[in-house]
Design a protein around this ligand. Structure first.
Ligand SMILES: [Zn+2]
Length: 483
């Protein structure tokens, strides 16, 4: 997610241009090798705009790589959290009016069928918000595989959030049920809290087929191409998730960053062109700093929500306000931050619930680094003052630190200042301390842990080895000490 929170503005005006069809060119990337041992998802989606529903058929070829026998499989059904005001992440007081300007609107999944290896299996939700679907399966030894089939219908709420529909634009983050990370002999069952991104998932391979009414333009983590039957199809390997944004109002601009196709979808031709250029520049800058782009393509989508942006593998959502001419600098910074997540979140996964700094502070630093690479030291210095120095000088109530888990935070403002701003200060301190600088470390970190999940302890251990010194006191000071 991006640090800045936009005030919502309504973007009016008829759309004149219609997108042309993207031309995916996935090519051969390093994700191909990473994909070999991963779970395969085959997902078919059909949008029914009249009822705001999406029918979902999902086949999951699950490989048990947990190191132990499993008696159940968990799917995270995040959409169900939107079912009631008590559990919706959009219904927090700070967000409610921006997310539900016309009042509360429920979103949920209706499950029709759950099968394992062709047989119906008992299932139950394990949490009040019904975001943890636990399916009993016959014992599955480590190293063995099986196939789960899930058929369900997603009711999309009228909600300006990472999941919702606004003015015919479907913002479909975290709608497709997926298997979470298995860690410490248990599935991750984190609560869908309103602040931060509570999604912790291993990389997996996704094939996606989408059926849409003719006038809808789809953007997807997997670049889609049109089939003869009118459906859209694409795939993405070694991805943390798959998100889509579809709208009859999208205009698309396309370009390339090296071998990587870049698509941007917005409500105006100029907005799409600008976002595509920003993403292209961000990919080029971060590729030179942190290694090759980790996915076959990147899509940047204008959405209506009260956040700056939101990252998914191969797709980022950006608040539509930033596409206005007067916000173009903010658009560029937000696109840079979200694009950096393709490396620090997508390529290198980390615990976004208990250590949100591990992707957010890195991406905020990467955004500053982008500015220095593109616009020079003085631009970097002035942005650093607002983004890092000012949060360091702020009086923060309580004992919140950048190392705090997301559910400690009660406001987006605090979360942003502490995890992003003060968190980025750690990276700037490491830049001073490490003989080869922080960028060389981050490039080595991205390479070493590509398509894996990295705990804070592993980050620290790798850093200490890299530095040839014990950096733990520095991390303790920046991440765990309230100033
Ligand atoms: Zn972020």
């Amino acid at each position: 997610m991006a640090a800045a929170c936009a005030m919502l503005l309504f973007v009016a005006g008829a759309l004149i241009f219609r997108s042309s069809q993207p031309s995916p060119d996935p090519g051969e990337g390093r994700w191909v090798q990473a994909a070999e041992e991963l779970t395969d998802y085959d997902v078919t989606l059909k949008l029914l705009p009249d009822s705001r529903e999406i029918s979902i058929t999902e086949r999951i070829a699950f490989r048990n790589c947990t190191g132990e026998a499993l008696r159940d499989l968990v799917l995270r059904t995040w959409l169900n959290a939107f079912q009631s005001e008590d559990t919706s992440p959009a219904a927090a007081e700070e967000l409610y009016d921006a997310c539900y300007p016309d009042g509360f609107s429920p979103g949920y999944l209706t499950i029709h069928d759950v099968q394992w290896n062709g047989e119906q299996r008992p299932y139950a939700f394990n949490d009040a918000a019904q975001t943890v679907l636990r399916v009993d399966i016959p014992p599955l030894p480590d190293g063995e595989a099986g196939e789960m089939t899930l058929r369900c219908v997603a009711k999309i709420p009228v909600c300006a959030h990472r999941t919702g529909v606004v003015d015919q634009t479907y913002q479909l983050g975290n709608v497709i049920p997926q298997v979470p990370l298995y860690q410490a002999h248990a599935w991750r069952t984190d609560e869908y809290v309103p602040i931060g991104d509570p999604f912790v998932s291993p990389c997996a391979n996704y094939s996606v087929r989408v059926y849409l009414p003719e006038e809808y333009v789809p953007a997807c983590s997997a670049a889609l191409e049109r089939n003869a039957d009118g459906s859209w199809y694409g795939k993405i390997q070694a991805a943390r998730d798959v998100a889509l944004c579809v709208s009859p109002n999208y205009v698309m601009a396309s370009g390339r960053a090296g071998n990587t196709p870049v698509y941007a979808y917005a409500l105006s031709r100029e907005g799409a062109r600008r976002a595509m250029e920003d993403a292209r520049k961000a990919i080029e800058t971060f590729t030179s700093l942190y290694g090759d782009f980790p996915y076959p393509s990147l899509s940047v989508c204008s959405v209506d929500f009260p956040f700056g942006g939101m990252e998914y593998s191969g797709l980022v959502m950006i608040g539509q306000t930033y596409f206005l001419d007067t916000w173009k600098d903010t658009l560029e910074l937000t696109v840079a931050h979200e694009t950096a997540h393709q490396w620090f979140y997508g390529l290198v996964g980390s615990d976004q619930v208990n250590a949100p700094w591990q992707d957010e502070a890195l991406c905020q630093y990467a955004m500053l680094r982008y500015v220095r690479a593109r616009y020079g030291q003085s631009s970097f210095d002035s942005l650093k003052y607002y983004q890092v120095d000012a949060p360091m000088m702020e009086r923060i109530p309580g004992s919140l630190t950048p190392g705090s888990p997301i559910d400690y935070f009660g406001s987006l403002t605090d979360y942003s200042a502490i995890v992003y701003g003060r968190g980025a200060a750690l990276l700037l301190a490491l830049e001073e301390m490490l003989p080869q600088g922080i960028d060389a470390f981050l490039a080595a970190y991205a390479d070493r842990f590509a398509y894996q999940f990295v705990s804070r302890a592993e980050f620290e251990s790798f850093l200490n080895t890299w530095a040839g010194a014990d950096c733990s006191p520095l991390l303790l000071d920046y991440l765990d000490t309230a100033h």
